[in-house]
Write a protein that binds this ligand. Structure first.
Ligand SMILES: *[C@@H]1O[C@H](CO)[C@@H](O)[C@H](O)[C@H]1NC(C)=O
Ligand SMILES: *[C@@H]1O[C@H](CO)[C@@H](O)[C@H](O)[C@H]1NC(C)=O
Ligand SMILES: *[C@@H]1O[C@H](CO)[C@@H](O)[C@H](O)[C@H]1NC(C)=O
Ligand SMILES: *[C@@H]1O[C@H](CO)[C@@H](O)[C@H](O)[C@H]1NC(C)=O
Ligand SMILES: *[C@@H]1O[C@H](CO)[C@@H](O)[C@H](O)[C@H]1NC(C)=O
Ligand SMILES: *[C@@H]1O[C@H](CO)[C@@H](O)[C@H](O)[C@H]1NC(C)=O
Ligand SMILES: *[C@@H]1O[C@H](CO)[C@@H](O)[C@H](O)[C@H]1NC(C)=O
Ligand SMILES: *[C@@H]1O[C@H](CO)[C@@H](O)[C@H](O)[C@H]1NC(C)=O
Ligand SMILES: *[C@@H]1O[C@H](CO)[C@@H](O)[C@H](O)[C@H]1NC(C)=O
Length: 537
């Protein structure tokens, strides 16, 4: 009797072991972080629910597509900040007999729950579209599609009051059909309304990603659904798995995996409010297309040097400043102006001075369209900045003491000493190269000028350059004299030491050449001056 009783008790357990690979998850089933290869899968085997290791001893529970793309995860939203719920290797994910789905960590603490205990839930299943459904008979009490985390897949409906979250950022569909990106549930930094007039009557819209890569919005009041966005590969690849993901405060569309992005709400990631945290400045560097987060100046320090997106803080707060408070000027920088603040039409200098002299103002941004506008931030809550060469705005922020600007990128790359050495070296090279180039140019000039000008013969140049012009005696070679006097043919007369011959230089100057007696190869010199040649003419 006792043995039979035990066997009967074991029977459901045995059954459950053999049925875990099917779409239906029997009550009492569990998954363990210690064995990530054990999963609950959809009947088409396209989707899996199970643990995934995300750190040396940390695990999350997620539903993923075959290609390891997580489409849903047990999340933990703590004071508006969303992230995946993380457990240690002792974590267990359970579908309890009371109908509740929960995740407990190694200490037995509940980290996440579906809150469906005692609601009549009799079954759990992962269907072929990736939806995890807890049902009371056939009525869905809870589903992962209705409790989205950061991803939307085809056949999933995003309706009003459903939110996709990443950190402090959230994506929402409003009841009027507007779709919004919001920071900290308070600052809307992107907002797009419906284009058609019929949007006036929209009350409970639904956003859906079509399998062909078009994001559509439908409503009972709309005759046909409106296209909101197109992936750049829409209509292609019928069997490719497309999905929308909200991450880093930006909504993007992907095809196949996270490496093929086909659309983004904000093409410029630095437009995401608060992407670099409080006082953080979003920027791009030349060598990379992904944004970087920097602090405004050395008067600030990173809140977490290992995560620059956590923002910056003043080394000395303005309230605690013993010395003078000054305005740090940030060229080509804007502070986002979504939050309510004072806007006045004053010049750039006044924008700085007025903020400095006002005790309530702690940062300002000046930009001009037809007027020059000044945005003054009068609440010390949150500042999100963007720096880029295309921005025409200048921003100011109060700092304690003298302004200590950020080092330039060149200095950052090498440090002060090597930078100084590098500069000396560069200047040296520039000087040497310049001298060489100048010398080459002068040489080239003379070569060009004397080769082409009929006035100067090739050989003549070596005598004319300095010697002829200086009035000092000029030395000619015997060979040249021999040629110019036509082999000493034209004898003009004879002097004390030898005969004098007529010669014509290459520049047609007539000269008298005296050949010394007894010296065969030596060259005599004779200053060919104009007086002599004119006397001969
Ligand atoms: C992990 O789960 C798989 C699938 O259920 C099973 O075959 C394997 O033996 C398990 N490994 C351990 C260490 O329990
Ligand atoms: C489990 O979670 C509780 C509450 O969050 C926490 O205090 C405890 O340290 C966690 N245990 C482990 C092993 O992570
Ligand atoms: C999404 O909405 C459509 C039309 O309203 C509906 O037919 C479909 O069942 C919904 N899908 C889910 C998973 O709720
Ligand atoms: C959305 O939430 C608000 C407030 O929580 C509620 O009044 C409204 O009825 C909800 N709308 C829908 C369509 O569920
Ligand atoms: C987010 O908003 C809450 C109040 O809604 C506020 O207490 C908190 O300081 C805000 N977070 C930041 C980073 O400003
Ligand atoms: C909806 O979006 C449009 C911009 O597309 C904006 O002008 C309008 O104010 C928004 N409405 C609401 C209620 O946010
Ligand atoms: C909006 O609804 C009202 C009454 O329900 C109707 O008269 C009007 O034509 C509708 N407008 C549009 C653009 O559909
Ligand atoms: C503050 O500024 C004034 C005027 O520019 C100067 O005289 C004074 O030395 C400064 N104080 C400090 C602590 O730097
Ligand atoms: C620019 O980005 C590259 C790659 O991310 C990085 O290695 C480099 O240090 C960055 N330069 C600056 C000046 O931040």
């Amino acid at each position: 009797m006792n043995l039979l009783h035990s066997l009967l008790l074991l029977l459901p357990l045995l059954l459950f072991i053999t049925t875990t690979s099917t779409a239906t998850i029997p009550p009492g089933s569990s998954l363990y972080a210690s064995n990530t290869s054990r999963t609950w899968s959809s009947s088409n085997n396209n989707f899996f629910l199970g643990f995934a290791q995300v750190g040396p001893t940390s695990y999350t529970v997620s539903i993923s597509y075959a290609a390891r793309v997580a489409i849903w995860t047990t999340d933990s939203v703590v004071s508006g900040t969303a992230s995946a719920a993380v457990v240690d290797s002792g974590g267990v994910f359970q579908f309890l007999r009371d109908g509740n789905l929960r995740l407990v960590n190694g200490s037995g603490a509940t980290v996440w729950t579906s809150n469906t205990a005692k609601l009549g839930v009799t079954s759990a299943s992962l269907d072929d579209t990736g939806n995890l459904v807890l049902a009371a008979n056939t009525f869905a009490v809870w589903s992962s599609f209705e409790n989205p985390t950061d991803t939307l897949v085809p056949s999933q409906n995003l309706t009003v009051n459903q939110t996709l979250r990443s950190g402090v950022h959230s994506f929402r569909l409003l009841s009027n059909g507007n779709i919004t990106l919001t920071w900290n549930d308070s600052v809307v930094y992107w907002n797009q309304g419906l284009s058609s007039l019929s949007a006036l009557n929209v009350t409970s819209p639904t956003l859906r990603l079509q399998p062909n890569g078009i994001l559509t919005l439908s409503d009972a009041s709309l005759r046909i659904s409106e296209n909101v966005a197109f992936g750049n590969d829409y209509g292609e690849g019928a069997d490719v798995m497309r999905f929308l993901r909200f991450s880093d405060g930006n909504l993007r569309m992907y095809s196949g995996g996270t490496t093929t992005m086909t659309w983004a709400v904000l093409a410029d990631q630095c437009q995401v409010y608060g992407y670099c945290g409080n006082m953080g400045i979003c920027s791009y560097n030349e060598s990379s297309s992904s944004p970087i987060c920097i602090c405004p100046s050395l008067n600030f320090e990173a809140v977490d040097v290992n995560d620059r997106r956590k923002g910056c803080k003043r080394k000395v707060e303005v309230e605690d400043c013993a010395g003078n408070v000054t305005m740090l000027e940030l060229k080509q920088t804007k502070f986002f102006t979504f939050q309510a603040q004072q806007i006045v039409s004053i010049g750039i200098t006044a924008c700085r001075v007025n903020c400095l002299s006002s005790t309530s103002c702690f940062a300002s941004t000046s930009f001009s369209d037809t007027n020059v506008w000044c945005y003054m931030k009068n609440t010390p809550d949150f500042v999100s900045g963007y720096q880029g060469p295309v921005l025409l705005s200048t921003s100011y922020v109060k700092v304690c003491g003298t302004v200590q600007p950020n080092p330039s990128p060149l200095q950052q790359s090498g440090g002060d000493k090597t930078c100084w050495k590098l500069r000396v070296w560069v200047v040296g090279v520039v000087v040497v190269v310049t001298i060489l180039v100048m010398a080459a140019l002068v040489g080239l000039f003379w070569w060009f000028c004397c080769k082409t000008s009929p006035k100067f013969g090739g050989v003549w140049t070596q005598y004319t350059l300095l010697e002829y012009a200086s009035g000092a005696p000029v030395q000619f070679s015997y060979k040249d004299l021999h040629r110019w006097t036509k082999r000493f043919k034209d004898k003009l007369g004879a002097g004390g030491f030898g005969a004098v011959y007529r010669g014509v230089l290459a520049n047609r100057t007539v000269v008298a050449v005296k050949q010394l007696e007894g010296i065969e190869q030596g060259a005599s010199f004779s200053k060919a001056n104009n007086g002599e040649s004119s006397a001969d003419a």
